[in-house]
Design a protein around this ligand. Structure first.
Ligand code: MRU
Length: 355
C-alpha cells in the first residue's frame, strides 16, 4: 500500500478508482486535513484498507471488496478451474472478516463468487469477468445513488419550499461510488432549488459528519451547519429541521435499519417532534434473509476511538468503554425507506424484493 499526498481534490468525489492495474482510494482517515490517495495492489491491502476505514460506508465497502476479490483472483496461478474457485472462496472468507455490519460487503462478495461460478472457459476468462463485474458493481452504484437522490425528492415535505435537512454520519459520495444515498437526496434537493441547508451531526466517535459530510458539502457549495450529536433534539425543538435523512448499513425484511451509532436516538427525537425520518439506501443494503434488526451483527470497535481525540487522552485510567459502531432503528420510527426503485414505508419493503 503506498500513499500519495495530492493537493488537488476532485469534484465530484469518487472515493474508489480503478487505474490500469490497481485500485486508488481516497484515504478517508486523513480528510479534511489532507487529501491523500492510497494505491491498493492486492487483496490483503484491500482488506486492511476496509478494516482501518481508509474506505468506509456500506456501498463503498462493497465496491472495494469486489475489487479485492479481483485483485486476489489475478494472483492465483492455477489453471484448474475447481482449484481456482476453492482458492477464490478463501480470499472471499478473508474479505468477509473485515467489517461485520454492512451487508453490501457480503452482497458484493457473493456476486463476485457467482460470476466466477457462472463464467465458462479458462481461468484467464474467469479473472477477466471478475474485473468486469467489480467495475459493473461500481458503475451501477453511481446510477443507483443518483436514482435514490431523485426518488427522495418525491417524498420530502412539500413545505417549506426550501428545506433544512439533518443527516448523520457520512452517507455521501465518499461512502458510495459517488453522489451518495442520504447525501444523494441532499444533492438532488440542492440541484432542484429545494434545499436551504443541511445540518450534519458530527457523529462521535469517528466524526464522519464533521470531517467527511461537511467536506463534501463545502466542495460543492452546499450550505452546511455542523452540530454535535447531542444538539439534534434541541435543533428540532427550535423548528430548525424539516426532515431527517440518513443512510443504512443493513435493513432487515421488516424494515428495521442499522446505521451509524446515534441514528436510533435521532429517530426517537424526530418522532417526538413530528419530523419525518427517512432512510436512504440501495436495494443491495436490504438483507431479506434477516427477519428483524436484532439479528444484525453490530461491529464493536477499539475503545481508543472514545477515550482519545488525536493524541489527547480524555479519561482517567481504570475507566471501561463500550464502543458499538452501529445501532438499529426500529421500523416503526421510519417514515419511509428511499431506494432506487422509489420510497416505501418500511412495512412494504417486500414489494421491492427482486430476488
Ligand atoms: O463506520 P462507517 O463510516 O463505515 O459507517 C457508515 C455509515 O454508517 C453510513 O451511514 C452507511 O454506511 C450508509 S453509507 C451510504
Amino acid at each position: 500500500m503506498s500513499t500519495n499526498l495530492t493537493s488537488q481534490s476532485q469534484n465530484p468525489v469518487y472515493p474508489i478508482i480503478w487505474q490500469e492495474d490497481k485500485v486508488v482510494l481516497i484515504d478517508q482517515t486523513q480528510l479534511p486535513e489532507k487529501y491523500t490517495t492510497v494505491e491498493i495492489n492486492d487483496y490483503q491491502e484491500m482488506a486492511q484498507a476496509i478494516k482501518t476505514m481508509i474506505v468506509r460506508g456500506a456501498p463503498a465497502i462493497g465496491i472495494a471488496a469486489a475489487y479485492g476479490m479481483y485483485l486476489g483472483a489475478r494472483e492465483l496461478t492455477t489453471t484448474d478451474r475447481d482449484t481456482f474457485l476453492n482458492q477464490l472462496e478463501e480470499i472471499a472468507q478473508q474479505l468477509r472478516q473485515t467489517r461485520p455490519t454492512a451487508v453490501n460487503l457480503f452482497w458484493a462478495i457473493a456476486r463476485m463468487l457467482k460470476t466466477a461460478q457462472e463464467t465458462q472457459g479458462s481461468v484467464e476468462q474467469l479473472q477477466a469477468s471478475l474485473l468486469a463485474t467489480a467495475q459493473a458493481i461500481q458503475a451501477e452504484d453511481l446510477q443507483t445513488c443518483q436514482a435514490i437522490g431523485d426518488r427522495g425528492l418525491e417524498v420530502l415535505p412539500s413545505e417549506p419550499q426550501k428545506l433544512t435537512l439533518l443527516t448523520h454520519c457520512n452517507a455521501g459520495a465518499l461512502a458510495t461510488a459517488g453522489y451518495g444515498t442520504a447525501l444523494g437526496v441532499v444533492r438532488s434537493a440542492w440541484r432542484e432549488g429545494r434545499l436551504n441547508r443541511v445540518y450534519a451531526d458530527e457523529t462521535r466517535p469517528r466524526l464522519q459528519g464533521a470531517k467527511l459530510t461537511s467536506w463534501e458539502c463545502v466542495q460543492e457549495g452546499i450550505p452546511v451547519t455542523v452540530i454535535t450529536d447531542n444538539m439534534a433534539a434541541h435543533c428540532m425543538k427550535q423548528g430548525l429541521i424539516d426532515a431527517v435523512v440518513v443512510g443504512a448499513d443493513r435493513i432487515t425484511a421488516n424494515g428495521d435499519a442499522a446505521n451509524k451509532i446515534g441514528t436510533y436516538s435521532l429517530a426517537i427525537a424526530a418522532v417526538a417532534h413530528n419530523i419525518p425520518f427517512f432512510v436512504a439506501a440501495p436495494l443491495s443494503t436490504i438483507d431479506f434473509k434477516l427477519a428483524t434488526g436484532s439479528e444484525i451483527p453490530i461491529e464493536e470497535r477499539h475503545p481508543s476511538e472514545i477515550y482519545q481525540v488525536g493524541e489527547t487522552v480524555l479519561c482517567p485510567p481504570g475507566v471501561e468503554f463500550y464502543n458499538p459502531a452501529f445501532d438499529v432503528t426500529p421500523a416503526e420510527l421510519i417514515t419511509a425507506i428511499i431506494t432506487e426503485k422509489g420510497a416505501v414505508p418500511p412495512g412494504k419493503l417486500g414489494e421491492l424484493r427482486v430476488f
